[in-house]
Design a protein around this ligand. Sequence first.
Ligand SMILES: Cc1cc2nc3c(=O)[nH]c(=O)nc-3n(C[C@H](O)[C@H](O)[C@H](O)COP(=O)(O)OP(=O)(O)OC[C@H]3O[C@@H](n4cnc5c(N)ncnc54)[C@H](O)[C@@H]3O)c2cc1C
Length: 463
Amino acid sequence: MVAPVEAGSRSLSFWHDTAPDPLEPRAPLPGDLDVDVAIVGAGYTGLWTAYYLAAADPGLRVVVLEREIAGFGASGRNGGWCSALFPASTARLARMAGRAGAVAMRRAMQATVGEVGRVAVGEGIDCHWSRGGTVLLARTPQQLERARGEVDQARAFGFGEEDLRLLGAGEARALLAASGVLGGTYTPHCAAIHPLRLARGLAEAVERRGVRLYEQTPVTSIAPGWARTPHGAVRAAHVLRATEGYTPQLPGLGRVLAPVYSLMIATEPLPHRVGEEIGLTRRETFGDYRHLIIYGQRTADGRLAFGGRGAPYHFGSRVRPGFDREPAVFAALRRTLGELLPALGQVGVTHAWGGPLGVPRDWCASVGLDRATGLGWAGGYVGDGVATSNLAGRTLADLVLGRDSDLVHLPWVGHRSRSWEPEPLRWIGVNLGLRATALADREEAWTRRPSRAADVVGRLLGH
Ligand SMILES: Cc1cc2nc3c(=O)[nH]c(=O)nc-3n(C[C@H](O)[C@H](O)[C@H](O)COP(=O)(O)OP(=O)(O)OC[C@H]3O[C@@H](n4cnc5c(N)ncnc54)[C@H](O)[C@@H]3O)c2cc1C
């Protein structure tokens, strides 16, 4: 099904295969170093944090330590939805921090989409930005009920039509001519991007601002005042962890986040007639209201990049290159895409890949800095990290610089999820949850009623 792509970093994803830069690794850490801030991980979280720190205080000595290359992780491989989505619901945020805190968090996320676009333009990063918003389709009566419920919840918190709009069947089909459309929702708060172009462009932008970025440099342990690597030790007043799905590999952090895989495929460029027929004229990102998340975008070169969950969680929170490739999941994604968009016909798939994302036990992303130790962190975005990592970067910068900004009072700041269960309970629980979510859609198709399995999973996760 999938044509081979070049070996090395290019084979990591469609985005790596089509990146304009050579993806040559930068030099590793040359030896021991004394700096003000050491950041571990050169994905969006680490790079945005470095970016805002350097922008705020050009005199600050900031170093980023990356085991592979900038954009190696989820930041280079994702679906390219730069959206205002946050993994915890507004109702959940309101339970954590009151109504005002929940609304402030949502508004901050909406503003963050614009902030990413602003910096991309300002820094000359051509990440194929297209702010077309998101259309989510409802293709069963139960999905339509969930769409209505989401709009009702938005209204209850004071968000209007300009934030989230219920679509009739005709309106939804006009945006994306999928099969069996009964309605849907539309939000303007999302841009489609080429994710790796953003990560690589940010890496160059931080270097221009004086940040030192060392690649091929695995951090083997983090402690107050220190990040240690086989190439030398970095001494820093602040050590910030930006390792997301890879976090459990660090000593002492095995149960902080669970790495869960999301997998994607990309089609060949659509024939002109097919592209015209399906819509997405402003490169709207798209999905539907099924339980097992699917997400797609039309790429700047006219393909569909389409992904979903469904790959298993691996015992002991292991992360391995082989886990990025699950032929059964790739085949299921192609079937799902064809069923959603029959106009695709026999359009071929040219790329298939995946990567780990970080899931906290309570499904709520967080950012924080322990003043006493100087240790900071951000992550646990589940599948919503493209924009959220920018908000995290600005917030971590404010925390390090001791600024009392609005950002440092948002409800996710300083939030700590409880740890995941030890194995084998974690393996059983995560995989049961993933299975139950997949079964929930089948259950609804059979019973034509809202799924009970989904309710149980939601309750277990505290949604
Ligand atoms: C297939 C897929 C699709 C997704 N789609 C979307 C989407 O459309 N929209 C959205 O908002 N989110 C999406 N996400 C999630 C989003 O990509 C992530 O939340 C986000 O990129 C996380 O950025 P990060 O910098 O925190 O982590 P990462 O990008 O994973 O970066 C972590 C970096 O740390 C490095 N590292 C790890 N351990 C060490 C160590 N010990 N020493 C040195 N370096 C280390 C890694 O090599 C890596 O480069 C998706 C994720 C995946 C996998």
